[in-house]
Design a protein around this ligand. Structure first.
Ligand code: NAP
Length: 253
């Protein structure tokens, strides 16, 4: 089956493409690096020719409110109209657990806009809501960085390993469109401040951690369980406590 993975060079995209190819599918990693740009529409019609399934795993280069909204709206519209023209039968996208309750966040408003475009497109779809990837801990730390301190929320999270995300996506990609949102998460619930704190200590980052319930998560004030999925979410296997023991700094650090 021809499966186009938009953002197929990214963290999750590259793992998904490998897994689908290993199962014998014609999985194609599409991104600006391979001449496919969802913002401009460049290369979209060509790459989608003959594709049955499209998985959108692209992310915005900027998380600034206006830029990220423009990224997900423009990319979403360009992609869905190119898919309609190509006769794509299943569109999948990865979004964030709790998006609908955290619309104070500019990033999550943009993800909500992406989801709305998908739901209104008329193309059969599956939206997978994931919790935070283990690999995103540094990103969360940087969002609360203030000189030598890192401000973090005491709210709970249930982060997931990127391999477990990719494994779940394989099943959803090879299944029928669900025309709804499904949730995936890691096996354990942990405080954001504890998870990020453990990660920073592991990579030798000695900044002070300030736990403060008024600290916003990418613009949104969190309730204790805002980032935690509903019962019934599909759970990954690797515990955060195992992963963090061998975690390394992000590549550009
Ligand atoms: N981080 C988290 O904890 C988390 C949690 C839940 C859901 N998500 C969602 O998961 C998705 C994947 O995240 P990720 O961390 O795997 O992303 P990532 O590693 O940052 O990769 C982003 C991908 O998007 C591609 N891209 C950027 N601009 C593009 C454009 N104009 N047209 C086409 N492709 C473009 C990049 O291509 P190049 O390599 O060519 O630049 C890259 O392949 C995102 O949609 C995110 O919202 C993330």
């Amino acid at each position: 089956m021809k499966i186009v993975v938009i953002g197929g060079t990214g963290l999750i995209g590259s793992k998904l493409v490998k897994r689908l190819q290993a199962k014998g599918h014609d999985a194609i990693a599409a991104s600006p690096a391979s001449g496919v740009n969802t913002m401009t529409g460049e290369g979209l019609a060509q790459v989608l020719e003959g594709a049955q399934v499209v998985v959108d795993l692209a992310n915005s280069p900027s998380f600034e409110d206006k830029a990220v909204l423009e990224f997900f709206q423009t990319s979403g519209r360009n992609l869905m109209s190119a898919e309609a023209a190509a006769g794509v039968r299943h569109h999948l996208a990865l979004s964030v657990v709790g998006t609908e309750r955290l619309l104070e966040s500019g990033y999550l408003r943009a993800k909500m806009a992406q989801e709305t475009i998908i739901r209104e497109s008329g193309i059969p779809y599956t939206i997978v809501h994931s919790t935070q990837f283990f690999e995103f801990m540094f990103g969360i730390a940087q969002s609360g960085a203030d000189g030598g301190k890192v401000h973090l929320s005491p709210a709970m999270m249930q982060p997931i390993f990127s391999d477990d995300v990719a494994d779940a996506l394989v099943d959803f990609v090879l299944g029928s469109p669900l025309n709804k949102t499904v949730e995936i998460a890691g096996p354990d619930v942990i405080r954001i401040a504890d998870a990020v704190g453990q990660y920073l200590r592991q990579i030798g980052d000695t900044r002070d951690i300030v736990v403060d319930s008024q600290t916003r998560y990418f613009g949104a004030l969190l309730e204790n369980n805002s980032l935690v999925p509903s019962p019934g979410a599909r759970l990954g296997k690797l515990p955060f406590s195992e992963w963090v023991k061998t975690a390394t700094p992000p590549p550009a650090h």
